[in-house]
Design a protein around this ligand. Sequence first.
Ligand code: PXP
Length: 239
Amino acid sequence: MRLYVNIDHVATLREARKTDEPDPVRAADAAERGGADGITVHLREDRRHIQDADVRALKQSVRTVLNLELGAHDEIVRIACRVKPFQATLVPERRQEITTEGGLALRGPDRKVGAVVGRLTDAGIRVSLFIDPDPATIDRAAGLGVAAVELHTGRYAHTSKQSDAALRALARAAAHAKARGLAVHAGHGLTYQNVQPVARIPEIEELNIGHSIVSNSVFWGLEEALRRMRKLVDEARGL
Ligand code: PXP
């Protein structure tokens, strides 16, 4: 199972002082040394954490792969097509939200998302759609011709006792997406405490984890925080 780490919050800390540390490039390097298979950043329209220059610098420095999260905003899509990360994950984005709150709605044939998928694909970028673990939404995503979907794990992660129902829904959605020919990713709200049941779902091949890893890096260092998450994920997969 691939473990991608979202390092947005390294930039959040830097932007709190508008200075040049901590540097996301250095963070990506430490994460890779700790066993990350990919580096994820979200270039938000309001540039609240990651900046355009970070994306360009990471594209040059990352030794694994770069996964760029983005909303369907023309300017950001243009930047993505220019930088050409290995993967682009399309997410819904609202200015007022603290973090990405739900998956892409995809009600019926979504021309706007479809057009963005086309532009990114034409630029040679692998496209993933961040969606809720819902069969009808998965079918619409498959209809857009993307390579992958990232299933939103928030409902599972945010219920106080990690409800079995939410986990079963995730497992069913993962099997459904795989059967539709999609690569299955998952993420949001995953922590050292709740990651293993999700990592055991066999169809899920990639996890994107940010806040918990970056939070614990304050105590352990980022390389060690990655190593500990890597160990939990590998253990869950019987490795
Ligand atoms: N996947 C996507 C699409 C996200 O938007 C985020 C949050 O930036 C994550 C995964 C990681 O979520 P968390 O920070 O809660 O681990």
